[in-house]
Design a protein around this ligand. Structure first.
Ligand code: GLU
Length: 493
């Protein structure tokens, strides 16, 4: 089993493409096969090395490791099409020598006239085959003399059905009469997609081609090239497109579509991979959270659906929340650090900072969908605003009285380091002022957090106190203690 993922490095890695990569990867891992990464950069205008580097980083982040590729090397290197030109030239020359390809001197204007004429008379627009009649020796002389020419594949004459079995869609048949002689090498010398892909898949001994259904119409052409080369064709599986809610192909219009953007917003790779696996494939038994090893164990092309998959952003958010709960807190804390650093909450990646962030997670996990949102949930620890706290306390009729009683209680109990101390202080405050329930707790909340709502107080309060004891060298923004906050709101008596 040898499969490949063959992105064109012309932009960001789109989640639809990642699903293709993932299905290839799952199949290879399931069968102990080889997963190849091949960079299809024959479009020199649009391909960039920056895009390739970013795609490689995205695939690594997702954990979709490859066995052969431009960076990993392998027995069929090079794995970048721009480095394989000599090989394409060699195969092209061979096809020409055997009469399976010919030079075409038609100008774009001529081709366009032909196309218009065909459309006007209701015929499918296909190349007339005009240059096929030119004597090959004569054509070679003209090319030698510098005349621009493309190389076209000579589609076998006569009506013939080309049939292949698609593992997802079943049998697909196309009649050669609708396939005009197509360009395999452009006049500038660059190989066309259909040609390069066949040369590479044959050379790299790819056994199964899994790709998007937008390539289904290319497959009969590719099969004709395999035939001309005397090479066995691989098996094919064409995956349905990933659509947006309006059933148009998923695009920027629908929201975030590239892996790097999902990553920047704080989605976890495990969640994205799990979500994408369910787009068009079902692990069975109605399960949705499926660990990667289990997916590998169960993956099978015969259970991939041929109907289009709709990308559901809410479902992905739900899944991410599930993974935030399930993955070890140390891992979530480490992954959350960059977001907290961006907000200035964490200023250095010390072990103390990491431990503090990890200790905050019970307050956060379960109520946020993405790592990026953690900052908002913990902001009250670092950016406590005394004026706002005072204002919110004064809105409550018994607010100042409740806060003063609580401040006095805290002076007696000392720092509210855990749930028990907090509860003891609250009980004492109730005895002092006679207020209870919301009349007591809401003023305490707004005084300590400067916000109307937020995490449970018996978790939030010890978090404030723990933060306040961190030394400046911990690399955590300063947190004022509960007593400092209460003093600033209630004033000293
Ligand atoms: N470079 C092509 C693409 O990104 C690959 C198609 C294929 O897998 O054959 O669409």
């Amino acid at each position: 089993m040898r499969v490949r993922f063959a992105p064109s490095p012309t932009g960001q890695l789109h989640v639809g493409n990642v699903r293709t990569a993932l299905f290839n990867w799952l199949l290879a891992r399931r069968h102990g096969g080889t997963f190849i990464l091949r960079i299809e950069d024959t479009d020199r205008e649009r391909s960039t090395r920056a895009s390739e580097t970013a795609m490689i980083a995205d695939l690594r982040w997702l954990g979709l490791t490859w066995d052969e590729g431009p960076d990993a090397g392998g027995p069929f290197a090079p794995y970048r099409q721009s480095e394989r030109t000599a090989r394409y030239d060699e195969v092209a020359a061979d096809l020409r020598a055997r009469g399976r390809a010919y030079f075409c001197f038609c100008t774009p204007a001529q081709l366009e006239d032909e196309r218009q004429a065909a459309l006007a008379s209701g015929r499918p627009p296909r190349y007339s085959g005009r240059c096929r009649a030119i004597d090959p020796a004569e054509a070679a002389r003209r090319v030698e003399a510098g005349e621009p020419a493309a190389l076209r594949f000579a589609v076998p004459e006569g009506d013939r059905d080309v049939t292949f079995h698609d593992a997802v869609r079943g049998d697909v048949t196309v009649n050669t009469s609708i396939i005009g002689d197509f360009v395999i090498v452009r006049s500038g010398g660059s190989p066309a997609y259909n040609f390069a892909v066949v040369v590479d898949d044959a050379d790299m001994q790819v056994t199964t081609v899994i790709r998007g259904e937008d390539h289904i119409s290319n497959t009969p052409r590719q099969l004709l090239i395999y035939e001309a080369l005397g090479q066995p064709a691989p098996a094919f599986a064409h995956l349905s497109l990933v659509l947006g809610a309006d059933h148009a192909p998923l695009s920027k219009r629908h929201g975030v579509t590239s892996v790097s953007e999902f990553r920047a917003r704080g989605y976890l790779p495990e969640a994205l991979v799990n979500y994408l696996a369910l787009l068009g494939w079902s692990p069975g038994e109605g399960e949705e959270i499926v660990p990667i090893d289990e997916m590998i164990r169960r993956f099978d092309l015969s259970t991939v659906s041929h109907s289009a998959a709709v990308f559901d952003f809410d479902k992905l958010a739900w899944m991410n929340r599930q993974y935030m709960r399930r993955l070890p807190a140390s891992r979530i804390a480490a992954d959350a650090m960059p977001y907290l650093q961006q907000r200035g909450v964490v200023t250095g990646a010390t072990a103390e900072a990491l431990a503090y962030v990890e200790s905050l997670l019970p307050m956060v996990v379960g109520s946020v969908d993405r790592l990026e949102e953690i900052g908002d949930r913990v902001a009250f620890l670092f950016a406590w605003d005394a004026a706002e706290a005072r204002r919110l306390v004064e809105v409550e009729s018994d607010g100042p009285r409740a806060v003063e009683a609580f401040a006095e209680a805290v002076r007696a109990t000392g720092p509210l380091v855990d749930r028990e101390t907090f509860r003891a202080a609250a009980t004492r405050a109730r005895e002092l002022c006679g207020l209870k329930g919301r009349a007591l707790f809401h003023p305490i909340r707004v005084a300590l957090t400067a916000a109307d709502s937020g995490p449970e107080l018996d978790i939030a309060v010890p978090a404030i106190e723990r933060g306040a004891t961190l030394p400046a060298s911990a690399g955590v923004a300063r947190v004022s203690s509960c007593l400092e906050r209460l003093r600033a709101v209630a004033g000293q008596r």
